[in-house]
Write a protein that binds this ligand. Structure first.
Ligand code: 5AD
Ligand code: SF4
Length: 458
């Protein structure tokens, strides 16, 4: 079946010629990258991009399933696109990604939103041209939520940025944290072959991409499913030797798998940026165990200590869930205490959102939503104070930024990113995008910094 669909895909001609597509991406960086892959495939079919739904002949919503909020957003978007479909009968409306990999959700969308032509899951990416071809020829909604992901690695990608590219190194997740849907919708861990990763990175560097971010739900378990004796730290070393790259980033790190070897690689490799996204999720051992995180608070704190003492100026960011089933006031106090102890540069905090099919969704949850909201606010207040204080330590320093382009909130300003992943706004000419520059930090805020441009490096 699979090779048959691929053969058919290969025969599909440029039916997108003269047509426009729009992709809306919800969720994480892996989804963002999947959208880049979809873009490349659509452009190979002849489609051109547009940002205007009224102009589009094909609209794809690339969905996220980690929490309920992004799911609700999909329903409201589909409601909005309904009228477009009335105006333009040949418009193809497609919903893909993590949310629709779940059979129940895929069927719900098909039945509830009659205007949807195609529903596909995360594994269907290689078959997208074939599926769109089917959708434009059929009246019935096409569904592909099979778990066959063969062909994924050979797909092209078209980075949305002119200087930065996402490079997946491992797909899926084996960890089954009790609250998380990811292992169900993205499957088991599959490391890409190192030679494929290196050749993709070489090709990106050759096309003037200066910064890459190596992606995986858990980059630290890279290589464990491969025959060769390979670790993420070794892979980082090999990628560090690719000529033409300026900066290498990676995310996400699971604390249970972060090795001393990796800390050493980040310390040594000049191009590897000093930033760890190291989600802690909770600060209470009781909750960490219920979450199936497989580390203790003490182990996490020790790891942070090792990272900070090995790599001066390193930034550590985190994800935190508040209101996990059974979280007592004391458990929450442990989380607050941990964030004060670690002093994260920034942290994303979320109210626990029950996800059907996960272990946590079957646990008794007797905390009111109101109480959860209060805890979230309390935590955010503490973390925001810490973020600002950590940023204030940088005022007066000369630091290197990669210029990303005009600031989103003030197009008169340029935005750059520090090696530690913090955003810096400064006055400067707009043609600096993709260049390295030195800036002097003049003001610290909670979410970003302000600076004066000192020198354009290259
Ligand atoms: N509820 C709330 N937050 C969640 N996350 C994952 N699943 C859930 C859930 N069910 C958060 C975790 C993870 C981040 C990507 O999303 O903090 O690190
Ligand atoms: Fe989800 Fe845990 Fe895997 Fe992260 S490590 S994707 S939180 S199951």
């Amino acid at each position: 079946m699979q090779s048959q669909t691929r053969e058919i895909s290969e025969q599909i001609t440029c039916f997108g010629e003269g047509k426009r597509y729009m992709i809306t991406t919800l969720g994480c960086q892996m989804n963002e990258h999947d959208s880049e892959v979809m873009s490349a495939m659509l452009e190979n079919l002849g489609y051109c991009p547009t940002d205007l739904p009224e102009e589009a002949d094909l609209i794809i919503i690339n969905t996220c399933a980690v929490r309920k909020k992004p799911e609700d957003k999909v329903a409201s978007m589909l409601g909005k696109y309904h009228s477009l479909k009335d105006q333009k009968k040949e418009l193809i409306l497609a919903v893909g990604g993590c949310m629709t990999q779940q059979e129940e959700v895929a069927l719900y969308i098909k039945n509830r939103f009659k205007q949807v032509d195609l529903v596909f899951g995360t594994h269907a990416l290689p078959r997208l041209p074939y599926l769109i071809d089917q959708a434009r020829k059929n009246k019935e909604t096409i569904i592909d939520i099979t778990e066959d992901y063969s062909g994924r690695e050979e797909l092209p990608s078209k980075p949305f940025s002119s200087f930065h590219a996402w490079v997946p190194i491992i797909y899926g997740c084996n960890n089954f944290c009790a609250y998380c849907l990811v292992p169900y919708v993205r499957g088991r861990e599959r490391s890409r072959r190192p030679e494929d990763i290196i050749s993709e990175v070489r090709s990106l560097a050759g096309r003037n991409y200066r910064e890459i971010t190596l992606l995986g739900q858990n980059v630290n378990s890279y290589g464990q499913d491969l025959e060769a004796d390979l670790t993420f730290a070794k892979l980082l070393g090999d990628i560090g030797r690719v000529e033409g790259l300026t900066r290498i980033r990676f995310m996400t790190s699971h604390p249970k798998d972060l090795s001393p070897e990796l800390i050493e690689a980040v310390r040594q490799e000049e191009k590897v940026c000093e930033h760890f996204h190291l989600p802690v999720q909770a600060g209470s051992n009781r909750i960490l165990e219920k979450m199936n995180r497989r580390y203790t608070r003490e182990q996490y704190l020790e790891l942070v200590k090792e990272i900070k003492s090995a790599i001066p100026g390193v930034s550590i960011t985190s994800d935190i869930i508040v209101g996990f089933p059974g979280e007592t006031g004391e458990d929450f106090a442990d989380t607050l205490d941990l964030i004060k102890n670690v002093r994260f540069d920034s942290a994303f905090a979320f109210i626990y959102s029950p996800r059907k099919g996960t272990r946590a969704s079957r646990m008794e949850d007797n905390i009111s939503y109101n109480e959860k909201e209060k805890r979230l606010q309390q935590l955010n207040k503490v973390q925001q104070r810490i973020s600002k204080e950590e940023n204030e330590r940088l005022v007066g320093k000369i630091m290197e930024v990669m210029v990303e382009g005009p600031s989103k909130s003030d197009p008169g300003m340029q935005t750059g990113r520090l090696r530690t992943n913090k955003l810096v706004h400064f006055k400067g000419p707009s043609e600096l995008t993709g260049k390295l520059a030195l800036v002097e930090i003049t003001e610290a805020r909670t979410w970003n910094l302000f600076a004066e441009l000192k020198e354009v490096v290259d």
